[in-house]
Design a protein around this ligand. Structure first.
Ligand SMILES: [Zn+2]
Length: 185
């Protein structure tokens, strides 16, 4: 295997670049843990890090797998239902998906789904989906849709609920986005 350049590995680690997962492992001398480059755990100080090209080498050097990125299971890090649940949520942005429905689609109980979201996304499934719908709404408004119809289009039940969620996520009102449109200037 061709050895990657040191600074490329540093950048991959700092940017949590999933493209490098499996291509090298970040081993932290102070904790004795090895991670995949995209691990969301706190980034260690560079002087405490060694990059090793394989899991085998990391284990041979005495490092243990990380609970956060489940590096020892890489590339089978997540069960199949996880990718499916994320895919459904990313595609279905025009309505609110309930936890019950999500559990049905994934075929696992909702407490497992919640735990996964907490560990890997640091959020709840519903908050994650709301964030995606808000992002979709923001794009629609930027494209010229009025914000009231956008709210309903993106599965929000009321304009005020949409407005509050939008402000919370972006720090400004959806109306401001409308007002900032270039075609209005
Ligand atoms: Zn990790």
């Amino acid at each position: 295997m061709k050895q990657l350049a040191y600074d490329k590995m540093v950048v991959a680690m700092l940017t949590d670049d999933t493209d490098y997962d499996g291509k090298f492992y970040v081993c932290v001398k102070t904790t004795g843990i090895y991670c995949i480059p995209s691990c969301k755990a706190k980034t260690p100080m560079l002087k405490n890090v060694v990059f090793l090209p394989s899991k085998k080498k990391a284990i041979a050097a005495g490092f243990r797998g990380c609970k956060r990125c489940r590096s020892e299971f890489y590339p089978d890090v997540h069960p199949k239902w996880w990718a499916k649940a994320l895919e459904v949520m990313k595609k279905d942005l025009t309505r609110k998906i309930s936890e019950k429905e999500l559990a049905g689609i994934s075929n696992v109980d909702i407490s497992t789904i919640r735990r996964y979201f907490k560990t890997y996304m640091e959020t709840t499934p519903m908050a994650f989906h709301r964030k995606l719908r808000l992002e979709y709404a923001r794009i629609l408004i930027e494209q010229g849709n009025d914000y009231l119809s956008t709210a309903y289009e993106c599965g929000f039940e009321s304009a005020s609920g949409f407005r509050d969620a939008f402000i919370k996520q972006y720090g400004y009102t959806p109306g401001k986005l409308n007002g900032n449109r270039k075609d209005r200037l």
